[in-house]
Design a protein around this ligand. Structure first.
Ligand code: DAH
Length: 337
């Protein structure tokens, strides 16, 4: 009897050491089988209790059960220790405090685009898009640009192939939309545009929002009403607009639209160079010549169009001195908006 108890104690001690010193989970599993498996050493000793004289069995049985329980606990602790070490070695320590993720936000240009589109959507316009790489046909020809117009020159626009260029404005979406839709058409087309321009108010890549309405009995009063509603919603409820005669190949008549200076309100300052007005966008009544390209009947419909520079609108609304702030990716600037 005492020899069995001694053996149990010795094997338990051995098992505890083996579990504690196992270098990995596989070695630990081998040790488990060796001591606690169905043919393991501690299990075998427990069975040996049955061959003792009856009066000795309870004490020996208790000792064997206790030894198995202690060994099992040592095994569980060893498993936990090895698993923690494994996750730590993967670079994962669940006990460390979490790292805070920076929450992003819309870039000022995206935000200005959404604000502009939001105003026009409330007025009943639908947002559409067109490609940034455009053909000469959509960028110029169907917009009534004469063959010798300077912007068709390689030196002025960014060509990427024969008769293929980075669109210089969003106006080609006018043609693409009219080809797809039957009047009434009320669309705006936001997007990127490209020109060989680079100074503090011009970037070779910039953004425009194009607008087009083709419907029955559309007049210049509708144009002025829509753009006035836009100016008051986008800038401030008091922002006045004025129309100045201008020229674009695809509108007739054409008008440049100014807003009352965002800084002085119209009395004259450095920003508006004393005039009280700031140039905002180009617009006009759709030249009937365009309807021929898309199969509309100029006797049936009329319309107006406008093209707005998003970067410029953002600069005016948020008082930016240099367009490059928008493209340098400096968080100290971007986080202000
Ligand atoms: N596409 C012209 C530009 O980029 C702007 C423009 C002027 C658009 C008059 C229009 C418009 O739709 O009617 O300079």
């Amino acid at each position: 009897m005492s020899s069995l108890l001694e053996e149990i104690a010795a094997v338990l001690k051995e098992a505890q050491i083996a579990f504690r010193e196992a270098l990995d989970l596989k070695a630990l599993e081998n040790a488990r089988v060796f001591y606690l498996g169905s043919k393991g050493r501690l299990t075998g000793l427990s069975r040996g209790v049955g061959s003792l004289p009856v009066e000795e069995r309870p004490k020996a049985g208790q000792a064997a059960n206790a030894a198995q329980a202690v060994a099992k606990k040592a095994l569980d602790e060893a498993i936990a220790k090895l698993e923690t070490a494994k996750t730590r070695s993967l670079g994962l320590d669940v006990t460390l405090p979490g790292r805070r993720r920076q929450v992003g936000r819309d870039h000022l240009i995206s935000r200005t685009m959404s604000e502009i589109c939001g105003v026009f959507e409330k007025l009943g316009f639908t947002v559409v898009e067109g490609p940034e790489v455009e053909t000469d046909y959509y960028n110029f020809e169907a917009l009534n640009f004469p063959a010798d117009h300077p912007s068709r020159d390689m030196q002025e626009s960014l060509f990427v192939g024969d008769k293929l260029l980075l669109r210089t404005h969003t106006s080609p979406v006018q043609i693409r939309s009219m080809e797809k839709l039957k009047p009434p058409v009320w669309i705006i087309a936001p997007g990127k545009t490209y020109r060989r321009d680079d100074d503090i108010t011009h970037s070779p890549m910039f953004h425009q929002v194009e607008g087009l309405v083709v419907d029955k009995n559309v007049t210049m009063a509708d144009l002025k009403g829509v753009l006035s509603a836009f100016a008051t919603a986008f800038f401030s409820p008091k922002t006045a607009i004025r129309l100045r005669p201008s020229f674009f190949p695809f509108t007739e008549p054409s008008a440049e639209v100014d807003i009352a200076c965002v800084l002085c309100g119209g009395s004259g300052c450095r920003l508006c160079k004393g005039s009280g007005w700031l140039e905002l966008l180009g617009s006009g009544m759709v030249d009937p010549a365009l309807y021929k390209f898309v199969g509309y009947d100029p006797q049936e419909v009329s319309g107006f169009a406008f093209g707005l520079g998003v970067d410029r609108a953002a600069m005016l609304k948020y008082g930016l001195a240099n367009i490059r702030h928008l493209y340098e990716g400096d968080l100290r600037f971007l986080e202000q908006f």
